[in-house]
Write a protein that binds this ligand. Sequence first.
Ligand SMILES: [Mn+2]
Length: 346
Amino acid sequence: MSDNSNFNPNSIGLSSNNIFGLPFSKDDAALVLLPVPWEVTVSYRIGTAESPYHIFEASLQVDLYDADKPNAWKKGIYMLPVDENILAINDDLREKAESVLTYMVEGGIVEEDEEQSNLLAEVNAGCAILCDWVYDQTFELLKEGKKVGLIGGDHSTPLGYIQALAEFHKDFGILQIDAHADLRIAYEGFNYSHASIMYNVLDSVPNVSKLVQVGIRDYCDEELDIINESNGRVKTFFDKDIKKMQYEGATWKEICTQIVDSLPQHIYISFDVDGLDPKLCPNTGTPVPGGFETEQLFYLLNLIHSSGKEIIGFDLNEVACGTDDGEGIDAIVGARVLYKLCNFII
Ligand SMILES: [Mn+2]
């Protein structure tokens, strides 16, 4: 156990400490954060693999006092070091995926080209290995009795974590904050695409009895069919419909109550930062106009908490900075969203 008797929560966040400047070790933290520096299948703009570094940096500026959960941090939050080996595999596979994407964008048919087919197969195999790695890492932490948060990386990263949670929970729901439905089947040929995460979850984790999507404003016909044919397993609060309810006089409390009522007792939160208004995440991979203010979603988290339902895990994904030094609003917003998620899970 680390000796935290000299820690002053009112003073500057020390970079020699861990995330949010907190002095905990892995052993004495109730919540462990797993960084997954991965963006192999990103389809538009890169940068999110670096976000664990940038969020860590920005987290040192977050004041520890959280009016919603003033003492939560005292239970201990600890972020594991970024695994450099995973980052190196990401860099290698990212180049290969880019070759396949360029070939496709130029009109090539991957299946008809041996070199591109081999590259695609290699990318898919590497993404399967990443999924297994995330499963192993998070399974071990859950077995130790830790709460776990995952920091992406792109939105493909939490699949292994959600599969590991299913070993501990017979029935749980996912609250997905996102601009995108992410229900595509093997988007662009990538089995583990960021745009396929929720399809893969529904397909491989029967324990997920409900997927509640909030803020969705970019989706295709195929995804709409999956929602409509899900027999209620998927409930989507489209951004357009939320705004319409508000324009016609519904309060945010009424809308959030509908969202919370749609969720089962145990809830996993998959927070894609692009669910927010893009002014708050201008460098994310696939920004879409519309979305939410942070405070609106913090209100939703408060309502979940006061409903007596339990948040059993979360991921924060698709934060990207656009600059090597991580300056700008993206990491600042990412760190604050992360802190709020941390405080509501412990
Ligand atoms: Mn998204």
